[in-house]
Design a protein around this ligand. Structure first.
Ligand code: PLP
Length: 444
């Protein structure tokens, strides 16, 4: 048969040229979501029996699809947990796509898996974990938390021979994914009220512990307030009660690489599992979450798929599909590996420390602006503040105006019931002066 998908070298060149330009220039901060009614007349009907051709399809991508997306990779994107992929990691990601590597098992992706494991090793070293540590890159923190907590429950069942443990204990500041995971696992969540800084202590957790808990989840950087829980106290509590300790460092785990912040994570060496999303504060593109078990065997005992058509898979090597809920996967940890190999770990330490310094400078600037109340932070790189005497509607309108202009993505959240502004900085290129100039427009 003649190739049903004829190769068009000119189309490939066009895509690669655009890719190179985009990596060099970065996203346009004025871009953002468009309404369905705006997108449908252009993108609706783009799938036809005969095809619209590469030029037309790529034109839709560059002129409609990309401009209708939020530019999270831009240094002015300071809401949610944005992303700040390095140009090295982005360029490499394009090559990785072209390489078409199946990285579900060693047979399919040995070289890629070996390299990914180097990057996991770097993170495991930062947590002071020994040789038995290991894991896999999954799509995101939500899947990482699910896979870790499933391993926790299986471990608990094996160790204690009890199947009646049906609860996870975590802070009231735990990420929404923990509740989502609990729904999927059909277990309960015991919420321990966080303290004034959004932190859960071992003592507070102990007061809420009951006989149904099989795992404790510690925040290694709470999304809304940046708090790092009392990991050492929680590790002692977990050890005393034979429980698994999982650290959700999807956002904040990157700070393990910053010697100034590292002491806040004391006790992590005794945790059982950890997630860190390279697409958050480790300068890698979407989508990746490093899921690491202190003893990788506990991951393997819980995951992995069996079938006759998988019997030929070489089980003597590292098969990533054994460590999380997935089988087929791309080697999504490789952009982090490539950028780490290229720039060296010192560059990461410097970039993370520089991001922290940007957050500190912004927080100091906010404290100095009369009319703004600095409520919290920076904790890691999260800052909560509020303009005095501004209505909620006015705050929302202000945020929307600056989002649209591309000056700043700074959206409100709530803290102790009150609407506040939240900044979360993951990009060392964020300009504190420019941010503060924009914040001054909050003043009448
Ligand atoms: C602390 C924390 N945990 C988990 C997640 C979920 O990660 P993902 O969005 O990659 O699924 C996030 C996302 O912001 C997070 O901040």
């Amino acid at each position: 048969m003649k190739d049903p998908f004829p190769f068009d070298p000119a189309a490939t060149d066009q895509i690669l040229e655009w890719t190179a330009r985009r990596i060099a220039d970065g996203p346009d901060p004025k871009h953002g979501a468009q309404a369905f009614a705006a997108l449908e007349p252009i993108l609706g009907g783009s799938i036809t029996a005969d095809g619209i051709g590469g030029d037309a399809a790529f034109d839709l991508f560059t002129n409609t699809i990309v401009p209708s997306t939020r530019p999270f990779g831009h240094p002015t994107s300071l809401s949610f947990v944005a992303s700040a992929p390095s140009r090295a990691a982005l360029s490499f990601d394009a090559a990785l796509g072209a390489a078409g590597i199946f990285a579900g098992n060693w047979d399919g992706g040995a070289g890629a898996i070996h390299a990914e494991n180097q990057a996991l090793r770097w993170i495991a070293d930062l947590a002071s974990w020994g040789d038995s540590a290991g894991g896999v890159f999954v799509a995101g923190g939500t899947l990482g938390n699910l896979s870790a907590l499933h391993a926790a429950r299986e471990w608990h069942r094996r160790i204690h021979g009890r199947r009646d443990r049906r609860a996870i204990l975590c802070s009231s500041e735990a990420h929404s994914s923990i509740a989502a995971v609990a729904r999927i696992m059909d277990v309960e969540v015991i919420l321990v009220p966080a303290d004034a800084l959004g932190r859960m202590s071992g003592e507070a957790a102990k007061a809420h512990l009951d006989d149904h808990v099989f795992a404790i989840v510690a925040n290694g950087g709470a999304t809304n307030c940046g708090a790092v829980d009392d990991i050492a106290g929680l590790a002692d509590l977990a050890a005393a009660h034979g429980l698994w300790l999982h650290v959700d460092g999807a956002y904040g785990g990157a700070a393990l690489a910053d010697p100034v912040i590292r002491p806040a994570f004391e006790g992590i060496e005794k945790a059982d599992s950890l997630i860190v999303d390279p697409h958050k504060w480790l300068f890698a593109p979407y989508d990746s979450c490093a899921l690491i078990y202190r003893d990788a065997g506990h991951g393997a005992a819980a995951h992995g798929q069996q079938a006759v058509y998988l019997d030929t898979v070489d089980k003597t090597h590292w098969n990533p599909s054994d460590y999380a809920l997935h089988l087929t996967r791309r080697a999504r940890g490789l952009p982090l590996w490539y950028a780490l190999a290229t720039h060296g770990t010192r560059a990461y330490t410097q970039a993370i420390a520089a991001t922290r310094e940007v957050a500190e400078e912004i927080a100091q600037g906010i404290a100095a602006i009369e009319g703004l109340d600095l409520l919290l932070g920076p904790q890691l790189t999260v800052i909560l503040f509020r303009p005095k005497d501004m209505s909620e509607d006015a705050m929302i309108a202000w945020a929307e105006g600056h989002r649209r202009s591309g000056a700043l993505l700074c959206l409100p959240t709530r803290w102790r019931g009150e609407m506040v502004f939240r900044l979360c900085i993951v990009n060392p290129q964020t300009d504190p002066d420019a941010v503060l100039e924009t914040l001054k427009t909050l003043m009448p």
